[in-house]
Design a protein around this ligand. Structure first.
Ligand SMILES: O=C(O)COP(=O)(O)O
Ligand SMILES: [Mg+2]
Length: 217
């Protein structure tokens, strides 16, 4: 049985509408115009601090405001759950993978508190034996340390990593772990430009892909 670690935003859940909502509340507080959902997709992937920094840059807010706006953003983050949904087929795929005996974990750049909050809200937390957020260690993805930590917490067995972004592709590569690229998340680059073992666009395909990779290994 394998250890399968998942990225969160843009992979298992479409959380951008909620992140968009809190970004625009922070900007409203600053009397600035909001950002678009497309910009939100673009700014997700490197964690909350980078998100806030890109959001500021889009509205010409200086670096001196980073700490204050980051604090405001993060204070709103645990409650940003109401518009978020798992992607189509995710729950059925996780059910099948669990039923096959695989152990599942999360390695996200989202801070661990809102990661736990949104998965609890969606009643998805029971699938995962371990969760690592962008602030769980001193370093975050694309540094491979949190991914290694997630796999270590899941014990022994082949390792597979599933994610949607260039950050995830780099993390998988640096960790030396097969990477399954979900193409319908917040991807910024063509699939061909992202190092991956296999790409998929529908979670209904995932249990079969996992099986094939494990047979081939
Ligand atoms: O919070 C982010 O920027 C991204 O989160 P992810 O690593 O789950 O895609
Ligand atoms: Mg992601």
């Amino acid at each position: 049985m394998a250890r399968i670690v998942f990225d969160l935003d843009g992979t298992l859940i479409d959380s951008a509408p909620d992140i968009h909502g809190i970004a625009n509340k922070v900007l409203e507080q600053e009397r600035c115009e909001g950002i678009s959902l497309a910009q939100t997709h673009d700014f997700i992937g490197n964690g909350a601090a980078v998100f806030v920094s890109k959001m500021r840059a889009a509205r010409g807010i200086g670096d001196s405001e980073q700490a204050r706006l980051y604090t405001d953003f993060v204070a709103r983050y645990d409650d940003a759950v109401t518009l978020t949904l798992p992607y189509s087929g995710v729950l059925a795929a996780l059910d099948k993978l669990k039923a096959s005996g695989h152990r599942l974990g999360i390695c996200t750049n989202k801070p661990i508190s809102p990661c736990r909050a949104v998965l609890a809200h969606l009643k998805m937390d029971h699938y995962f034996d371990t969760m690592w957020g962008g602030d769980s260690l001193a370093v975050h993805k694309p540094d491979p340390a949190p991914l290694h930590a997630a796999f270590a917490a899941l014990g022994d067995g082949p390792q597979l990593y599933v994610g949607d972004s260039d950050v995830d592709a780099e993390t998988g590569q640096r960790a030396g772990v097969p990477f399954l690229l979900y193409t319908e998340g917040y991807r910024k680059f063509p699939v061909e430009q992202m190092p991956h073992t296999v790409a998929f666009s529908d979670f209904a395909e995932l249990p079969r892909l996992v099986h094939e990779l494990l047979v081939a290994a």
